[in-house]
Design a protein around this ligand. Structure first.
Ligand code: PLP
Length: 384
């Protein structure tokens, strides 16, 4: 139902929806029915059979994501992990995949664990380095190139357009985890990716009150049918209310992401000049290795995720997080409240994340409040 002449901000504000034809309600109703009536001839004339596969409460979020990502179809999942793993599970044991070395840690753990046990042949590569990807791809054998950009929690930037070319030349599909960029800042399908994945628990919903995921495809083909079969057969689908909350969150996506990205850039610049900080990892800083590609590939901002390496190592990092009062010490990202986290403690001993790193998810608060709180915590930690 998306009107192609509307701007994406408009599409999002309306969640690609029209008033309910039955009642005139301008907000879509919540459909709790698990099953749908058959016609007398046993057909499903209204197109819905059973809610694991056909859930009208998903329609608004699906239409919005199709429009914002420029995709042919979208599937909603019970979580970002359910979405990501469905793409790999649509492959066959023995298939080879190349994936980003720096990526969301739980997916890396799954790829090293269950996926490998199941027979998937996984190569981790530095996807910010085209030569490394070229060397890792096995033409005719590699079924999927999986890239996260910016990638958790170092915000490593990978060049989607260049990787799409490399992948396609090797007969491989490119899937992009675009959770951190959001469709506000990057549209991976328009850069040549075949699939775009989101943890909708993050920016798409934006209020830290829904766990959900999505995949949007450039085209409806046999791979898409296989992914859809995994979704429907394994049943990793969101509840109706979660999908309804997601369409509600999507309405303010542009306001939130643009505001939060602008705040993040200012905070990153101030942090880079702060004496207690050894290094700021943020794609918006000209000193950041992926900055030039990010400037080309991201429009209107560099996202709202920053990592800092604190002088004094692990203890200083943990002490800084201990002294914030406004920032919340919590995992996750993409909500309107700012979060701070010592990642290495979360990811455990196998993590490649440095010990002195704090991950910041910049929310929608007044930037001076965020800065005062952070600067005070850094000062207290430096003197403790
Ligand atoms: C959170 C996250 C995921 C996993 O999503 P869940 O909704 O928590 O399952 C995947 N990728 C990235 C980049 C994430 O930040």
């Amino acid at each position: 139902m998306s009107d192609p002449i509307l701007h994406p901000e408009t599409l999002a504000a309306h969640a690609a929806s029209h008033p309910d034809p039955l009642t005139g309600a301008i907000i879509p109703p919540l459909h709790l029915s698990t099953t749908y009536e058959r016609d007398a001839d046993l057909s499903y004339g209204r197109g819905r059979c059973y809610a694991r596969a056909d859930n009208p409460s998903y329609d608004a979020a699906i239409a919005t994501l199709n429009g914002l990502e420029g995709g042919a179809d979208t599937l909603l999942f019970a979580s970002g992990m359910a979405a990501a793993t469905a793409i790999f599970q649509a492959l066959a044991p023995g298939d080879h995949v190349v994936v980003s070395q720096v990526m969301y840690w739980a997916l890396r753990a799954w790829l090293n664990g269950n996926a490998t046990r199941w027979g998937l042949d996984v190569t981790f590569a530095d996807t910010s380095d085209l030569d490394a990807v070229r060397a890792a791809l096995r033409p005719g054998r590699t079924r999927l190139l999986w890239v996260e950009t910016p990638a958790n929690p170092l915000w490593t930037i990978s060049d989607i357009a260049a990787l799409a070319e490399l992948a396609h030349a090797a007969g491989t599909r490119l899937a992009v985890d675009s959770t951190v960029a959001t469709p506000v800042l990057t549209q991976p399908l328009s850069l040549g990716a075949d699939l775009v994945v989101h943890s909708a628990s993050k920016y798409l919903n934006g209020h830290s009150d829904v766990i959900a995921g999505s995949i949007t495809t450039a085209r409806k083909d046999e791979v898409w049918a296989a992914i859809k079969a995994v979704q429907v057969q394994q049943g990793g689908v969101p509840g109706a209310f979660e999908a309804w909350l997601l369409q509600r969150g999507l309405r303010t996506l542009f306001l939130r992401v643009r505001w939060q990205s602008a705040s993040a850039l200012t905070l990153a610049e101030r942090l880079a000049a702060h004496p207690a900080i050894a290094e700021v990892l943020y794609p918006g800083l000209p000193s950041f290795p992926g900055h030039a590609i990010a400037a080309r590939q991201m429009q209107g901002g560099f996202g709202a995720m920053i990592s800092v390496r604190v002088k004094g190592g692990r203890n200083s990092a943990i002490a800084t997080a201990a002294h914030v009062r406004l920032w919340r010490r919590a995992t996750s990202l993409g909500g309107v409240e700012s979060l701070i986290e010592h990642r290495a403690s979360i990811e455990g001993p196998t993590s490649p994340v440095p010990d002195d790193l704090l991950r910041l998810s910049v929310g929608a608060e007044a930037i001076e409040d965020l800065w005062c709180d952070l600067a005070a915590a850094l000062a207290t930690a430096a003197h403790s």
